[in-house]
Design a protein around this ligand. Structure first.
Ligand code: SF4
Length: 251
């Protein structure tokens, strides 16, 4: 089941303070491991087996922009019900796609983006995959860099969406850094304050222990939603308070 998973938020967090790259020191492996363990003790380990449906995941991620999980899922299911093949979604008048995904919000923008992506896949398939350009199953065996480059070349697709597709479809170790993950990671000193989306994704992949991409992503996201709120973080209830350099800013 593709729908029902915890969605990622579209905006990457920024902080007021910026630390120049030259003054930034990556956290030690030991520190990262301690944070990981605390989060796992608190939220458990996520169980989300790879579903092997990369194009579905890509479209679902487009639909998740600026809405909640429920509305995203309703929009996705309506789209699949009304237009059961991706060829149909690509070829029908835009108004039909827009109407189908209306419950997901900003449907004008999202419907155009979805059709642009499907058209781009058709016009620029991976070499050797011209017969079925919507079959992205080659990504399971391709290098992370090749799949990332391919997806990032699609209209409106960036590192966060790419990481969602690779991680949730195939368990490929790429960490989606959404607004929650970016904010919590920055407050905990895992990410450089002021880092852009590209750097945040690179850093997150660099510092996570092998095989922990899903756990890292889901537990930082849960912590951001439940405790480390953007405006009013509940530092007095936070299991990471003793190792958080940002705590003093909020107390
Ligand atoms: S101590 Fe406060 S700022 Fe730091 S991670 Fe916990 S809730 Fe967030």
């Amino acid at each position: 089941m593709l729908t029902g998973r915890v969605s990622v938020s579209g905006r990457v967090a920024t902080t007021e303070k910026t630390i120049p790259r030259a003054h930034w020191k990556r956290p030690s492996r030991d520190r990262v491991q301690r944070i990981r363990q605390k989060l796992a003790d608190t939220y458990g380990l996520p169980h989300m087996p790879p579903h092997r449906r990369p194009l579905d995941e890509l479209i679902l991620t487009v639909l998740s922009q600026s809405t909640n999980d429920r509305n995203r899922d309703v929009a996705y299911l309506r789209l699949r019900e009304r237009l059961p093949t991706w060829e149909l979604v690509r070829d029908v008048p835009n108004a039909e796609v827009e109407e189908a995904i209306r419950p997901g919000g900003i449907s004008k923008v999202k419907s155009k983006r979805i059709q642009q992506i499907l058209t781009a896949l058709t016009e620029h398939p991976r070499e050797g995959h011209e017969a079925d350009p919507f079959d992205l199953s080659w990504m399971e065996e391709a290098s992370l860099q090749e799949s990332r480059d391919f997806l990032c070349a699609l209209p409106g697709v960036g590192r966060k969406t790419t990481a969602c597709v690779l991680l949730f479809s195939y368990g490929i170790q790429d960490v989606p850094v959404d607004t929650h993950v970016g904010r919590v990671g920055t407050r905990l000193g895992l990410l450089r304050p002021g880092a852009g989306a590209e750097e945040q994704h690179d850093e997150m992949c660099e510092l996570m222990p092998d095989g922990s991409a899903l756990e890292f992503h889901v537990n930082l996201l849960r912590h951001g939603r439940r405790i480390c709120d953007a405006q009013r973080p509940k530092c007095d209830q936070c299991v990471l308070a003793r190792m958080c350099p940002a705590r003093k800013e909020f107390q």
